[in-house]
Design a protein around this ligand. Structure first.
Ligand SMILES: [Zn+2]
Ligand SMILES: [Zn+2]
Length: 178
């Protein structure tokens, strides 16, 4: 199974008709430096007077690097989203489609195929941004010696004098007394 679907039969049917499919990516999705593997789910395509609306229910395993301790970790994600796909070719005439162009819609290819991979990639990137750290209480790296404090605690004194947050706390304290 791949992420491409020929929708020519649906395009020739009536508005409101729909088709449902399962999908499974053959390869991990590349999300910049990170990736999502085991991407699968199901999609329902519905014909509208504009084009095709895809309701997607997707699952996968994100492979990320923790922004605090920098270690790689994996996190399963589940998501649902809706995207619009606009024809580039009018299936009845074979001529370029005349529907008003919608900038936020993806294109249905000239051979009437919808490729879900770009929409999935974008939604996995959004999901990735919601998971910045490997775990909520990740202790991160020691600012002095660089040890990973989750697995390798060190004896460095806390470097609190340098913290900009202390200066901010001072500001808020002043305000409270006004
Ligand atoms: Zn971490
Ligand atoms: Zn240290």
């Amino acid at each position: 199974m791949s992420l491409q679907f020929n929708v020519s039969q649906l395009l020739k049917s009536g508005i409101g008709q729909s088709r449902a499919y399962e999908f499974e990516a053959d390869e991990p999705l590349v999300l910049g430096e990170e990736s999502a593997s085991d991407v699968h789910g199901h999609v329902r395509f519905m014909l509208t007077n504009f084009g095709i609306v895809a309701n997607v229910d997707a699952h996968g395993l994100l492979h990320l690097n923790c922004s605090r301790c920098l270690e790689p970790f994996s996190s399963p994600v589940d998501m649902t989203f809706t995207e619009e796909y606009q024809p580039t070719i009018d299936i009845a005439t074979g001529l370029p489609a005349t529907t008003p162009h919608n900038d936020s819609a993806f294109e249905i290819s000239q051979n009437h195929t919808i490729d879900l991979s770009e929409a999935l990639r974008q939604h996995f990137v959004l999901a990735e941004e919601m998971i910045p750290v490997c775990r909520e209480d990740c202790k991160g790296l020691c600012p002095t010696c660089g040890n990973n404090l989750n697995t390798d605690p060190c004896a460095c004194p806390p470097a609190q004098e340098e913290s900009p947050f202390l200066a901010l706390q001072g500001l808020f304290a002043d305000r409270d007394t006004e």
